[in-house]
Design a protein around this ligand. Structure first.
Ligand code: SAM
Ligand code: SF4
Length: 331
């Protein structure tokens, strides 16, 4: 049975960042000069992550998503998946990945117990992809998406962050993929987080709202029909183009926040439990863990994090999180 926070929200979802490292350098996620990586000893060990997930599962957190940085660059990630998949109460184990290494890992991940993947892909154009990721090859991600399907990591969802002047005109081509090969695509409004966030109101100009994306897609591809919440229970609102097999979701943290339904906590790679993506408050789990905290003590720390979960983020009052960039939180 999930626990409720101070605003009667049932908390049943934990995102676990398994590393702050990444094999890409997306412009909206990391500053150009990169970030100093966490020292090896700062990063949560597998047995520590497993204990946190076990404690969370005993508190009714049944959905766990591995993220990063790039989760597939963490050595032994398949072993971690196997450990977490075996924890009683973990009913849905998923991963958010840039997809680059999926051709290598998809089958092993599925065999180890991973249920499904979300793959980040902001554009289909090779040159633009290389520019937005500062080094990536789009063919590798496309091959990764195919590998995820072959391995049965369904539903595979494709996540695209949309940024004005960078890829706002890509939404139509990505939406077209819902016809053939039938992708589920989710468009995410860009959020100003960490050092990548401009300091004044200029950031608003970069946000392409879901309304604007919808207008653009409908103008080219026809009307979007609302779909009931059958594709997921997260923050996206889903639609379908007429005769399309796949769906189109919109995630609107900026234009229409979904905080009143927020069901999640986040564990950073260095063991801090973060009740809100967009607020710098964190509860330290790593220190107590390394001082020998047992399962019951961990559970009470998780409950503390649930208690301090804010009602809503404060982006609209210039409340940008500043202590971490997105790659350190996990999205
Ligand atoms: N490396 C993996 C990936 O790219 O899927 C997992 C980590 S990444 C931080 C998780 C998600 O956060 C990705 O879908 C990414 O596009 C999204 N993201 C990163 N920075 C963002 C930002 N400033 N605004 C909105 N979404 C962002
Ligand atoms: Fe890496 Fe994912 Fe951030 Fe891109 S969005 S730099 S792939 S962590």
């Amino acid at each position: 049975m999930a626990h409720f926070d101070a605003y009667s929200r049932a908390i049943n979802y934990l995102r676990v960042s398994v590393t702050d490292r990444c094999n890409l350098r997306c412009t909206y996620c990391m500053p150009p000069e990169g970030i100093p990586w966490m020292a090896h000893e700062q990063v949560m060990r597998f047995e520590e992550i497993a204990l946190v997930v076990r404690a969370a599962a005993e508190l009714g957190i049944s959905r766990v998503r591995l993220t990063g940085g790039e989760p597939l660059v963490r050595a032994g990630i398949v072993d971690l998946v196997r450990i977490l998949a075996g924890i009683p109460g973990v009913e849905d184990l998923s991963m958010t990945t840039n997809g680059v290494l999926l051709t290598r890992y998809a089958r092993n991940l599925a065999e180890a117990g991973l249920d499904r993947v979300n793959i980040s892909l902001d554009t289909l154009r090779p040159d633009r992809f290389a520019a937005m990721t500062r080094c990536g090859k789009v063919e590798e991600v496309l091959a990764g998406i195919a590998a995820a399907h072959d391995a049965g990591l369904e539903p595979v969802k494709v996540n695209s962050v949309v940024i004005r002047g960078q890829n706002d005109d890509d939404v139509v081509e990505l939406a077209r993929k819902t016809f053939e090969p039938g992708w589920h695509v989710r468009f995410i409004e860009w959020m100003p987080v960490g050092e990548t966030a401009p300091e004044d109101d200029a950031w608003r100009h970069k946000v392409v709202t879901a309304e604007e994306m919808k207008r653009r897609i409908e103008g080219e591809l026809g009307g979007l029909e609302p779909v009931d919440g059958t594709v997921g229970s997260g923050p996206a609102r889903y639609y379908r183009l007429h005769n399309a097999r796949g769906t189109i979701g919109f995630i609107t943290p900026v234009s229409e926040h979904f905080c009143y339904h927020c069901n999640r906590l986040r564990l950073t790679a260095d063991g801090q439990l973060r009740p809100c993506l967009l607020s710098d408050n964190e509860v330290d789990l790593r220190t107590p863990l390394r001082e020998g905290a047992n399962l019951e003590q961990l559970k009470s720390l998780i409950l503390q994090a649930i208690e301090i979960k804010p009602l809503q983020h404060r982006l609209n009052e210039y409340g940008h999180p500043e202590n971490r960039v997105m790659s350190q939180i996990g999205g």
